[in-house]
Design a protein around this ligand. Structure first.
Ligand SMILES: [Zn+2]
Ligand SMILES: [Zn+2]
Length: 60
């Protein structure tokens, strides 16, 4: 299974994240990841969406 090392706020440190079985039908990369230590869900798309909003605000 693929995994990623990210900072997990509940754990307070960098932990391993894995993708749970996708139940939403994502076929081209599911954005949902789960911390293997505490089980917190992380949705990767959220951060890029915030970045997009910041870019629009900067342009205006
Ligand atoms: Zn999914
Ligand atoms: Zn965690």
């Amino acid at each position: 299974m693929d995994d990623r090392l990210w900072h997990c706020p509940p754990c307070g440190e960098t932990t391993e994240h894995v993708q749970p079985p996708c139940t939403d039908g994502h076929t081209d990369g599911c954005p949902e990841w789960t911390c293997v230590r505490c089980g917190s869900a992380v949705v990767v798309g959220e951060s890029s969406r915030v970045a997009g909003v910041l870019r629009l605000r900067h342009a205006a």
